[in-house]
Design a protein around this ligand. Structure first.
Ligand SMILES: [Zn+2]
Length: 381
């Protein structure tokens, strides 16, 4: 695919993202939404029109007078993006268009989650998805979402406890194996990028996405920007300490939200109180059936998460906190305590922060990885 993507300026990026997330829009509407002058809007849109990323739609003036409006719209099939979510058990991949619409998806189980096994398996999955006629020439960027501490600029997974990876140069290895430009991002940050532009974060200048499951993740958007932190670590809600001298966390510290509320922590505690080796599904079923000691374990997890969310609301003051992740499957057991604790500890007007539940599939996570590629379009020179 010839590289004739637009040279992006700050005004260009602002105009493009405005049309991407809210379009089609007339130039006047773009000016109103961005605060840019009409001359600046016209100049900023030109490279995107020339390179085919934006198109002018002809629409008649509804009043029937004056010139027809020509709203600008995204040409969704101008470029496609690959997005992959890597879990310890499975690879989940999607192909999206420029507006993050999923055009195809595929999964591949992993018997072995070492980088030596994941890289060739992922390359095969990419081949399978790009084999569709006409698709390969539209795709040149792949986003890959991995849990843990990620050096996005270097494409390196510094540490991913769930995969057992340390200092893995995943970006370079996948680029060599697939021939694509590869962006590696923390999975929760990738999902947050997708929610910011195309999901429940749309229109909110500050919001947080919190994921419950194997870990407790959090992506933060403040004043419209994803917070990365000076050292690449920010919004680590899972490691906010909430229990003094509490249980040990997989991170090595004690009393973290994750040490109480991550799935494996809940299961370990359920086994302890029941004195049996029950599975998570059995623990959930028994708690739903009224087993009080088990119900208390889930309520404690809700309490820990509620404390973490209150800390988040008090520090950042987001408009809303979106709660997601596979842990939502047991939300009926943790939610009541979570909300009570949040309400009891949110300071003043911070309690106005809405808590929204949003179930998302692994394909949604993979779509988040694709959105990392869409974002990068604007910084591609
Ligand atoms: Zn921790």
């Amino acid at each position: 695919m010839p590289d004739n993507s637009p040279q992006s300026t700050p005004a260009g990026a602002l105009v493009f993202t405005t049309v991407l997330t809210r379009g089609p829009l007339s130039r006047v509407e773009i000016g109103e939404l961005t605060g840019l002058s009409s001359a600046t809007v016209t100049k900023a849109t030109r490279p995107f029109l020339d390179s085919g990323y934006l198109v002018e739609e002809r629409a008649e003036d509804p009043s029937g007078r004056g010139r027809p409006r020509s709203p600008l719209a995204i040409r969704a099939d101008r470029e496609f993006f690959l997005g992959v979510k890597v879990t310890a058990a499975e690879l989940i991949a999607v192909v999206t268009d420029l507006r993050a619409g999923v055009r195809a998806s595929a999964r591949r189980p992993l018997a072995d989650c070492t980088p030596e096994a994941v890289v060739p398996a992922l390359a095969e999955l990419v081949e399978e998805l790009l084999a569709e006629p006409g698709r390969r020439r539209r795709v040149r960027t792949m986003g890959v979402a991995v849990s843990g501490d990620i050096d996005r600029a270097a494409g390196v997974v510094r540490s991913s406890p769930f995969l057992g990876w340390t200092e893995v140069d995943l970006g370079a290895r996948l680029a060599a194996a697939t021939g694509l430009a590869v962006l590696v991002e923390n999975d929760v940050k990738a999902l947050t990028a997708a929610e910011r532009w195309f999901g429940s974060g749309l229109g909110a200048s500050s919001f947080a996405l919190v994921t419950l499951g194997t870990g407790v993740g959090c992506g933060l958007v403040v004043n419209g920007a994803l917070v990365a932190g000076a050292h690449g670590v920010a919004g680590e809600l899972g490691h906010v300490p909430v229990v003094a001298d509490g249980p040990r966390c997989p991170c090595g510290r004690t009393g973290c939200v994750e040490a109480v509320a991550a799935e494996r922590a809940i299961l370990a505690r359920c086994r302890e109180v029941s004195g049996t080796g029950l599975t998570m599904a059995e623990a959930v079923a028994a708690a739903r059936a009224g087993d009080e000691p088990l119900r208390a374990v889930f309520a404690d997890a809700g309490h820990a998460i509620g404390l973490g969310l209150a800390a988040l609301a008090n520090l950042v003051g987001p408009e809303r906190i979106v709660v997601s992740g596979e842990g939502l499957a047991a939300y009926d057991l943790i939610g009541e305590r979570l909300r009570e604790t949040f309400a009891a500890h949110a300071f003043g007007a911070a309690a106005r922060c809405a808590l929204e539940l949003r179930p998302l599939s692994f394909e949604d996570w993979a779509r988040g990885a694709a959105v990392v590629g869409i974002e990068a379009l604007l910084s591609r020179a």
